[in-house]
Design a protein around this ligand. Structure first.
Ligand code: HEM
Length: 351
């Protein structure tokens, strides 16, 4: 005899499991790590996301380039010692900070200022409850959306680290632009990022700028034969010698817009860095580049997925780390912390 099916039970079971799934998977299929949640500040700072988005809209209206600076800042934070805001810390008497390590020297000074300004606005409204690492992650998310990219939710609850990484650890975790695809794939695989993640995340280069020194190896002493000839000729006008301090855009087709044109550049051999262009030479990544060049929605979907993975690398949660009162200084080094806390409390009373 066939087993009879209890339909009402089956339907409520399916509904329940899909609700459960939605609460743990959110907007993408990337799992979320223990301690982070989609609704982390809902009661502690309900206006958090709108405070940040409203302010960044104003910042980007004046200079859309700042969006690129903020996106890169989050990447450099997450890849070195996890997304713990350690890249934001100034150097101390104990030694040079992550900021002083070579790959971080070209981070925009304004990006650090914007994060500190956002922190002040958020803490004024909510008290010292939101971490600098979370503010950096939300700012990067908004940078993508406000320059034309996808809008997406990110899990929150990161805590700020108490230490920064050494120069060597910073160098070891941020691959050089002169690396080929094999090096990039191997490096990112150590962070559980697969070839699709690598190609998607490299799409961050659809906005922003680079200094000549980051790609001069492709122009001098010999021109990289893979590079489109006219593109190379124009780059040489911007960078007349290998060590000029000039800058140029990363995506020649739409430098300020978050779109899939970066991949169209690669297909046309107009990628700036070896690490970009080689993604279209390596057989493991070539097809992914071509598919993103043809299909922007596919790129957006995979980019969000990869950003969710990157944004959760080695995060501190729960009682680990701290919530900094100033993103550039850990609380134990913050001599004015007592008065900062009082100020915030006074502000809260006024609200
Ligand atoms: C895969 C390895 C990567 C390498 C080798 C790399 C390398 C670089 C280099 C050398 C620059 C220019 C620095 C300068 O000369 O001023 C740059 C800029 C930038 N990168 Fe990457 N990057 C990588 C991945 C990423 C990722 C994962 C993201 C974000 C998802 C990203 C976002 C950016 C942005 C937005 C800029 C422009 C920054 C600005 O205009 O201030 N990069 N990258």
């Amino acid at each position: 005899m066939a087993a009879s099916v209890n339909f009402p039970f089956l339907i409520s079971f399916l509904l329940f499991s899909s609700l459960l799934l939605a609460s743990t998977l959110g907007a993408s299929d990337a799992p979320i790590v223990n301690g982070l949640s989609w609704s982390f500040y809902e009661s502690k700072c309900p206006k958090l996301k709108s405070i940040i988005r409203t302010q960044l809209k104003k910042v980007f209206k004046k200079n859309i380039g700042q969006a690129a600076g903020l996106l890169r800042l989050h990447f450099h934070d997450c890849f070195v010692q996890g997304c713990d805001g350690s890249v934001l810390l100034d150097g101390s008497a104990s030694g040079p900070s992550e900021q002083d390590a070579p790959p971080n020297l070209s981070l925009r000074a304004e990006a650090f200022e914007i994060i500190n300004d956002l922190r002040a606005r958020v803490h004024k409204r909510c008290g010292r409850v939101v971490s600098c690492a979370d503010i950096t992650a939300i700012a990067a998310r908004d940078a993508v959306f406000l320059s034309g990219g996808p809008d997406y939710e990110i899990p929150l609850g990161r805590r700020d680290g108490l230490n920064f990484a050494t120069r060597n650890a910073t160098l070891a975790n941020l691959p050089a632009p002169t690396s080929n695809a094999s090096v990039i794939l191997t490096s990112l695989a150590t962070k559980n990022l697969d070839p699709t993640d690598v190609v998607s995340l490299s799409g961050g280069h659809t906005i922003g700028i680079s200094h000549c020194t980051s790609f001069a190896n492709r122009l001098y002493p010999n021109q990289d034969p893979v590079m489109d000839k006219t593109f190379a000729k124009n780059l040489k006008l911007t960078c007349p010698t290998a060590n000029t301090d000039n800058t140029t855009v990363l995506d020649i087709r739409s430098p300020d817009k978050f779109d899939n044109k970066y991949y169209v550049d690669l297909v046309n051999r107009q990628g700036l860095f070896t690490s970009d262009q080689d993604l279209y030479s390596d057989e493991r990544t070539k097809g992914i580049v071509a598919s993103f060049a043809e299909n922007q929605s596919l790129f957006f979907e995979k980019f969000v997925n990869a950003m969710l993975k990157m944004g959760q690398l080695s995060v501190l949660t729960g009682t680990q780390g701290e919530i900094r009162a100033n993103c550039s200084v850990r609380n134990s080094d913050n001599v004015s912390l007592a008065s900062v806390v009082e100020e915030v409390e006074e502000d809260l009373l006024e609200l």
